[in-house]
Ligand binder design. Sequence first.
Ligand code: ZN
Length: 175
Amino acid sequence: MSQACCPNPESTPTAVESCCELHPPIACGPTTCPACGALGRPVKRLTLGALLTPAARARIPRQEEFCFCRTATCDVVYFRPGEALFRQADLSVDVGLKEPHQPSAPVCYCFGWTPQKIRAEIEATDKSTVIEQIKAQVKAGNCYCEVTNPQGSCCLGNVAKAVQEAIASFSKKDQ
Ligand SMILES: [Zn+2]
C-alpha cells in the first residue's frame, strides 16, 4: 500500500496546503533552477523514469534524486545543481503546474482531475468534492503521485488552489 504522500490525511484537517510540506526539500534545499533561479523540490529517479519520453529516459544521469522546478513560466522541469536536464518536451505528460491557463492540463494525475472537470462539478452541483474524493483514495492506498505526477509528490496543494480558482471564477460569473 502506498503511503508515500499524505500519510495521515485525516489527522491534518487544516493541512491541505501544507500537505506537500511533509516532503521538505532534501538535496534540492539550497539548489536553484539554473534557468529561473527558483528553489527546486526533490523528486526520485523513479518519477523521471516513469514520465520522461523514451528518448529522454535514456539520458537520465546515474543518481537517485533530482530537482523539480515549479515555476509556471520556466521550461525546465528537472535539473540538478548547475545543470538543466529535462524540459517540458522531454516528458510524455503535460506538466499542469507549467500550464496554469490550460483548463485541460491535469492538477491531479492519479485520478485525472483538471481545472475543467473541477469547474464542471461546481457548475453542476454548486460545490466541489474533489479534495474529499482524493483524500479517500489516498486513504485507500490508491495514490501513485510518485509515478504519475511530474512533481513526484502529493497534488492536494495544487488541487486546493485549482478549486479556489474555480469557485472564484464561478461566483464572478454569477454576479
Ligand atoms: Zn526553472
